[in-house]
Write a protein that binds this ligand. Structure first.
Ligand code: SAH
Ligand code: AVI
Length: 322
């Protein structure tokens, strides 16, 4: 009942080496957020979802717990749920429950870059949903999207958690165009997006009092230490999270506390940081309904459903190919 294809091979290691070299040699320095998610990074993200300041997960759960049946009816009662960046699939259970209750549930396809969490999620789900076929894909969804299996029949592709906000506009546009190309008539995309709100709440959500987000951010340095033989001192950097109102996104960085040199033996590279220098590790874009409508339109898609939590903090939108 479980089949998981892993597409993280020598290719993935070479891609990481190339990305990190380019990011550290650029000015300003930058690392891609997909490198947060080793086993520890996935655990830290799960802790973030439970923080009092981090409202997006609770808001998305509220929508899914109240409106999954309606969402699935609007999506034509699909038999297959594909989920990009599935992680622990904690909130996805609401969609799977509604599919089971409607008698349409056949296949779940988790797609995630983190191998450990994808295996854990798959084995929990086959126990929880007797008869469910899980056909997982461990890969970088920006590289291997077209490997998502097609079982025939209507599909819903869910991209939850606001992860689309971690892509730059150009990446996002290219990604949505590729998703659109995967959608046959009758298939739908269910997209989770955080909405624009006051700076104070946004900045608190990404700089929690317990310091979990700071630890999550610094974990990318531990990943480089292990994977690329680097010698980053995690205590020599601090977490920075600012809202950029013009770009409508959170801007998350690591700031060097001192002048320092870092060696990356695996890349045969030594780089210097000056005291106060900042390296971006993630953006997290916030949306309005109007902005999303135009984002869909330019990717040859159209908005078909809009679901928000009672406070209006977060939205799930249903879209199909135009
Ligand atoms: N959907 C879950 C998890 C969100 S965290 C939720 O809503 O809570 C983002 C998830 O996307 C992580 O599980 C991470 O491993 C995965 N991810 C991030 N970048 C990725 C990429 N390029 N390819 C595949 N998975 C990615
Ligand atoms: C996964 N992604 C949608 C999270 C976000 O809110 O952008 C990652 C995150 N980074 C810091 N906190 C949470």
């Amino acid at each position: 009942m479980i089949a998981i294809d892993v597409h993280l091979d020598a290719d993935a290691a070479a891609t990481m080496a190339r990305d990190v070299r380019a990011g550290l040699c650029a000015y300003p320095k930058e690392l891609a957020p997909k490198y947060f998610y080793d086993e520890r990074g996935s655990q830290l993200f799960e802790q973030i979802t439970e923080l009092p300041e981090y409202y997006p997960t609770r808001a998305e759960r509220e929508i899914l717990s109240h409106r999954s049946a309606e969402i699935l009816t609007s999506a034509g009662a699909p038999a297959t749920l594909v989920e990009l960046g599935s992680g622990s699939a904690a909130k996805t259970r609401h969609l799977l429950d509604a599919m089971r209750d409607a008698g349409s549930l056949e296949t779940y396809v988790p797609v995630d870059i983190s191998e450990e969490i994808t295996h854990q999620t798959a084995s929990l789900l086959v126990d929880e949903y007797p008869g469910l076929a899980v056909r997982g894909l461990v890969c970088d969804f920006e590289q291997h999207l077209e490997r998502v299996p097609d079982e025939g029949g209507a599909r819903m592709i869910a991209f939850l958690g606001g992860t689309i906000g971690n892509l730059y506009p150009r990446q996002r546009h290219a990604f949505l165009e590729r998703i659109a190309a995967l959608l046959s008539p009758g298939d739908h995309l269910l997209l989770g997006t955080d909405l624009i709100k006051e700076r104070e709440r946004l900045e608190a959500a990404y700089d929690d009092a317990a310091g979990v987000t700071a630890e999550f951010n610094k974990n990318v340095l531990a990943v480089l230490n292990r994977e690329l033989g680097a010698d980053f001192d995690l205590d020599a950097f601090e977490h920075v999270a600012r809202y950029d109102a013009e770009a409508e996104r959170m801007d998350i960085r690591l700031r060097s506390l001192v002048d320092q040199d870092v060696c990356l033996d695996g890349l045969d590279l030594e780089i210097s940081f000056t005291a106060g220098e900042e390296m971006r590790t993630e953006i997290s874009t916030k949306f309005t309904r109007e902005r999303l409508e135009s984002v869909y339109q330019s990717a040859d898609m159209e908005l078909r459903g809009w679901f928000t939590d009672a406070a209006g903090d977060y939205a799930l939108s249903l879209a199909c190919r135009a």
